[in-house]
Structures are given as structure tokens and as C-alpha cells.
Design a protein around this ligand. Structure first.
Ligand SMILES: Nc1ncnc2c1ncn2[C@@H]1O[C@H](COP(=O)(O)OP(=O)(O)OP(=O)(O)O)[C@@H](O)[C@H]1O
Ligand SMILES: [Mg+2]
Length: 246
């Protein structure tokens, strides 16, 4: 059967079999701070699997650990223990540089406190995530223009974050998170500072992105926003206290 012989080395299983496990898998993730009063735990034994294409709402009282959990999943925080697999890759075993690279490649993050870059204009803030990818300058300009238009921010494009209202900064934060079409959107209270109709528009935008395959995890205090998600993870005092939905 000489026809079928080849000098190419046999492909390994990892080359040929697409990864079919959870997108995100957390096992006994814990985070604590050492304070004068002793060790204080912010996350306790968090174990969860999140499948590709899920839309999850994380809920729970203030101080429950929601933002802390989002920072860990977004690979912005590396001071925790336990196991975290992203697409089967062991994030807990990675160097900081690899985590940053994975974040840039796969994640769009909406920060609760916006975290826009102060000395960049609105348009330059939106360009930031695109600059990490392989887009031509002209493509980037077109994507920024399109996103500014979609978010009704064309007139603000040359302003700096301090020249925007809180709600406008939040909109730019959402726009920056989605502009590069990331695989995963992590949104921490993405509509907390928006008028209710603008908040609904953002939820509808997330719904569309989710229908197109984007995995979304949002933190929300709003029952109405939580309903856009298909599953709720409830946090309380750092523990997962409940999970509802499919
Ligand atoms: N540097 C720190 N040292 C000690 N405790 C901290 C530190 N940073 C955060 N914490 C504690 O971690 C806990 C969880 O904070 P986190 O921001 O994750 O809460 P949250 O659920 O997002 O709350 P909110 O709904 O108000 O945004 C809080 O009790 C907070 O005091
Ligand atoms: Mg928070």
C-alpha cells in the first residue's frame, strides 16, 4: 500500500481532534487576602464549567466576590489558587505573559469602573484591542468608525475619557470590549450607569452576539438584565450559593 505511505509524521491527537470540553473550567478556585485581622477569603472553592456559547449572569450581594471572579476568568489577576482551564489549557500553570496573550486573543472585558485609558481619545481607546490583532490600519479605522456610529458616539470621538459623562464612559467601555469580536465577553455591571433604554440596547446587542456564538458572562444586580442570560450563577460571601437555568 505504498500509495498511502507518507513521510509526514503522523498527526497527534491534539492536532486532529478539536477540543470539545468546556470553554472555561474552574476547580476549587480560591482567593484570599492577608490582613491585620488574619486571612480573609474572597472566593471559596469555586468550581464551575462554562460551555462555549453560554450566556451567564453572575449575581449576588455587594462584596460577594463577583468582580474578583471576573478578573480571574479574564486572566487579569494571577494571585489565586486552584485550577482554571481555558479551552483545556491550564491557566493556573501559565506564566503571566501567556495569560496576557490569551486575554488579548480571546477576551473582551467591560470593567465595572470603566478603566478607559485617560490619555487616549475615545477613538484611540476603541482602537486599542484592534492593535493587538492582525488588522491593517485602514481596516482598524473602518471598524472604529463603524463602532462609534453603532454606539452613537461619533461626535465624541476626539474627546478624552474625563470629558465624558459616566454613562458615556461606560458605553465606550462596552464598545471597546466588543470591537474586536472576542470569543468571550466578560462584562461587570455593563449597564449600571446607563439609562434603562440604553441598558436594554446593550442587552439586546449581547443577545445578538451570543446568538452568533460569543460566550458571555455578565455581572448584574438587575433581575431584568439577568433574564437575558440563560443561566444564573449566584455568589454569596465568596461561595457559589446557587445556579439556575440550563
Ligand atoms: N486588596 C484587598 N484586600 C482585602 N480585601 C479585598 C481587597 N480587594 C477586594 N477585597 C474584598 O473582596 C471582596 C469582594 O470584592 P468584589 O469587588 O469582588 O465584590 P463584588 O461582588 O464585585 O461587589 P460589588 O457588587 O459591590 O461590585 C470584598 O469584600 C472586598 O472588600
Ligand atoms: Mg464588583
Amino acid at each position: 500500500m505504498a500509495f498511502f505511505t507518507s513521510n509526514r509524521p503522523a498527526a497527534s491527537a491534539a492536532d486532529t481532534v478539536p477540543f470539545t470540553g468546556p470553554l472555561i473550567s474552574l476547580r476549587n478556585v480560591e482567593k484570599s487576602f492577608d490582613t491585620a485581622a488574619g486571612r480573609s477569603y474572597v472566593l471559596r472553592r469555586i468550581s464551575a464549567d462554562i460551555q462555549p456559547g453560554e450566556f451567564i449572569s453572575v449575581m449576588g450581594p455587594s462584596g460577594a466576590g463577583k468582580s474578583t471572579l471576573m478578573s480571574i476568568i479574564g486572566m487579569l489577576d494571577s494571585a489565586w489558587t486552584g485550577e482554571f482551564y481555558l479551552l483545556g489549557q491550564a491557566v493556573h500553570a501559565m506564566q503571566q505573559k501567556q495569560r496576557v496573550a490569551l486575554n488579548k486573543q480571546h477576551i473582551g472585558f467591560v470593567f465595572q469602573q470603566y478603566h478607559l485609558i485617560d490619555d487616549l481619545t475615545v477613538a484611540e481607546n476603541l482602537d486599542m484591542p484592534l492593535s493587538y490583532r492582525n488588522f491593517k490600519k485602514s481596516e482598524r479605522e473602518a471598524m472604529v468608525a463603524d463602532t462609534l456610529d453603532k454606539f452613537g458616539m461619533v461626535a465624541k470621538k476626539d474627546l478624552y475619557p474625563r470629558q465624558l459623562s459616566g454613562g458615556q464612559q461606560q458605553l465606550v467601555g462596552v464598545a471597546r470590549a466588543i470591537i474586536a469580536s472576542p470569543k468571550i465577553i466578560l462584562a461587570d455591571e455593563p449597564t449600571g450607569n446607563l439609562h434603562s433604554s440604553q441598558g436594554r440596547e446593550i442587552m439586546e446587542l449581547f443577545t445578538k452576539l451570543n446568538e452568533a456564538g460569543t460566550t458571555i458572562i455578565q455581572v448584574t444586580h438587575s433581575e431584568e438584565n439577568a433574564k437575558y442570560g440563560k443561566r444564573i450563577i449566584e455568589l454569596r460571601d465568596g461561595w457559589i450559593s446557587g445556579s439556575e437555568g440550563q
